[in-house]
Design a binder for this molecule. Sequence first.
Ligand code: NDP
Length: 464
Amino acid sequence: MTDTYDYDLFVIGAGSGGVRAARLTALGGKRVAIAEEFRVGGTCVIRGCVPKKFMVMASDFAHQFHTAEGYGWTVEASFDWPKFLEAKDVEIARLSGIYAANLGKAGVDLVHGRAVLKDAHTVEVTHRDGGEPRTYTAEKILIATGGRPWMPEGLPGIEHAITSEEAFHLPELPRRIMIAGGGYIAVEFAGIFAGLGVETTLIYRGPNILRGFDDDVRAHLAGEIEKRGIKVVLGCQHRSIEKTETGLVSHLENGMTLETDVIMFATGRVPYVKDLGLETAGVDLNDKGAIVVDQLSKTTAENIWAIGDVTDRMNLTPVAIREAVAFHETVYKDNPQHFDYEAVATAVFSQPPVGVVGLSESEARHSCSAGVDVYLTRFRPMKYAFTGSDERVLMKLVVDAASQKVVGVHIVGPEAPEMIQLAAIAVKAGLTKAQWDATCAVHPTMAEELVTLKEKQSPTMSAG
Ligand code: NDP
């Protein structure tokens, strides 16, 4: 770069994507600054994946205690919500500190404050601790501001509802909660609260939860979470919310009226672009309010790139990190790279959890011209043999009939997220069903079912 600018690269947003891009670029010898208005770590570390997983683990103990009783243990358990919150917040602060320290070690200047674009090379930062805003110039700018929860703003009484962000800090555990939505966050938080003993109702407008997932997974999970005590109300939305002396009353579109203590909306997240000054820099948005980027994450402005949830491509932490690496390779190493969004495994930390990689059966039926072979099993995990539980694991392989490649793997059950990480290697590598079958089983495990599935489902047996 020339000394015309203060920095070679200015990154806006110190979440997973922004931090990775800033560190790589600084380690490559460039002068880099990163602005963060809240805490270093972004959604994943501060108010997303990490604290959510701690909550899932806290909540899952209830289920484990129940299982333990079947094995002869006597468990007298009680749960201390404030104690848990304190432990969680200490750990989140530690992780955020590590992120900040790693930026420092790489030589990145961390600017604590809200950054706004003034033109394509100029960023104005209003510092967190007050004082006059300061202006920085940079040859290149990377926007990685992530997303924010979205709620239906016009809904009467919506001001009484919370989002996942507040759910991480509830001053006390409610007796009752109602969660709106049927996606990742709704299903995950329903499991968390139900496990912690909160009377939990999930209200979802569609015919079944987790739209976009394989239909067998959706049906299986809906049944399993009901077994865990979650009341699932489908095909229904809130019409209004009313605060009363005893709690919150939700009036539903189907005429039902339900009283609860907390109403949480998990109705999606939107790109965080508000008042960023994008228009002054020539950065366009699409009709969903996400920053328009090309395959190499370049925006409509010549020297500005964007990665992560603010681009609304595939809103997952590891994807944002890969986009950051691809950005760095492309822009600073003369090695144009784009992330390959095919066969990205994902997990829903519901209880039981879900692990998925590749195509659902219905997607595969659309894209595999010679049709698909489906292998599916449902079984009771060995661990529950003594509990009287009728919980079942679902495992499903979707195979392209012509090539015999396994194009989709779907698991609902304990440790599904751990299993799917490994299955994803085989799917990404394009291995065939015969190659899966040639792999010797590990016994006794749940995962062995994945390499011992012999019987094809007849087309009518599967939910598609
Ligand atoms: P999702 O997009 O997954 O789900 C949003 C839910 O809200 C859907 O069920 C949707 O219904 C419903 N909804 C949308 N608009 C309305 C409305 N106006 N009224 C009623 N319901 C509505 O979003 P989440 O908030 O759950 O999560 C955001 C993203 O964050 C996820 O897509 C995922 O990419 C990421 N994430 C990943 C996690 C993980 O990897 N484990 C965990 C949490 C989040 P419909 O289906 O009918 O549109």
